[in-house]
Design a protein around this ligand. Structure first.
Ligand SMILES: Cc1cc2nc3c(=O)[nH]c(=O)nc-3n(C[C@H](O)[C@H](O)[C@H](O)COP(=O)(O)O)c2cc1C
Length: 260
């Protein structure tokens, strides 16, 4: 699989990089509509999403001209079903999983459309943890859960594309292989060398602290992706409590009600 077939769509996808600095330039309405309609054209299971737009740039991450909050939405379909004398009885775990897929594919289509028009984007992943505050601000009804934020605007930076795992660490034919030390080390090296060569964490001043008695042995000459991700996955959110509370406040419960 050495040869790659390039075309303009694939070139666009291979040039993706998140943008965290934006020009102070208005994005026209037609472009916004175009982006969201491209999002809507993604494959869907239930169209279980809504997109909330804000143009109050001083309130946005990176002061981006546009900030979208992409929500999982089972309120709307409930309204439609009500008119037909139906109601949703599918369990909230299934709804959430399907809604996550619908909303994520739509969001990514929006990213691709935006980039194809010369705009830059960056997802904001902390949104679910502040769902209650966001819901209050955006007046979200029950059964609408903010999944992810998306900043959009004309780029004021031109960063290189960021590294990815080698294809051999992602694409497994027929069966999942034993991941031997060499394969793991190759993946680790690709990611860490790639991010270090861009001074990525130094430029973002994004080194995470250590909790507990682990000794700090990293500086910005050595701190890279695998350390960053380890400090997140190895330290953050061991309990489901915080997220479950947010989901429950939005009307999603994961207790089994089958026998109640
Ligand atoms: C679900 C999700 C949440 C993210 N959250 C944030 C975020 O809160 N802040 C941020 O600066 N970047 C965020 N990103 C962007 C990632 O950091 C970025 O996509 C990743 O480092 C790869 O870089 P690239 O997009 O430039 O290729 C998020 C990306 C995803 C998919």
């Amino acid at each position: 699989m050495q040869d790659k077939t390039y075309n303009s769509a694939i070139n666009l996808l291979l040039q993706h990089r998140s943008i965290r600095k934006y020009q102070d330039k208005t994005v026209p309405d037609e472009i916004i509509e175009n982006i969201v309609q491209s999002g809507q054209q993604a494959a869907f299971a239930y169209q279980a999403y809504s997109v909330l737009l804000s143009r109050e740039k001083e309130k946005h991450p990176f002061h981006a001209p546009l900030y979208f909050v992409i929500c999982i939405d089972f309120h709307k379909i409930g309204k439609i079903m009500e008119t037909k004398n139906w109601k949703v009885i599918m369990n909230d775990l299934s709804c959430m999983l399907l809604g996550m897929q619908d909303a994520a594919y739509m969001a990514q289509n929006m990213v691709i459309a935006a980039e194809s028009l010369g705009l830059g984007t960056c997802y904001i992943g902390s949104v679910p943890y502040y769902a209650d505050k966001i819901a209050e601000r955006l007046k979200l009804p029950q059964k609408v859960f903010p999944l992810v934020g998306l900043t959009v605007g004309y780029p004021a930076e031109n960063p290189p594309t960021r590294p990815r795992y080698p294809l051999e660490f992602v694409l497994f034919e027929n069966e999942y292989p034993e991941l031997d030390k060499n394969a793991v080390n190759r993946a680790k090296k690709e990611m860490d060398d790639g991010y270090l060569s861009q001074n990525y964490y130094r430029n973002l001043n994004a080194k995470l602290g250590l909790i507990g008695d682990r000794e700090e042995t990293f500086d910005y000459d050595s701190y890279s992706w695998t350390e960053h991700i380890s400090r997140k996955l190895g330290q953050w959110e061991p309990s489901t409590k915080r997220l479950l509370e947010q989901l429950e406040k939005r009307g999603f419960s994961f207790k089994d009600t089958e026998n109640e």
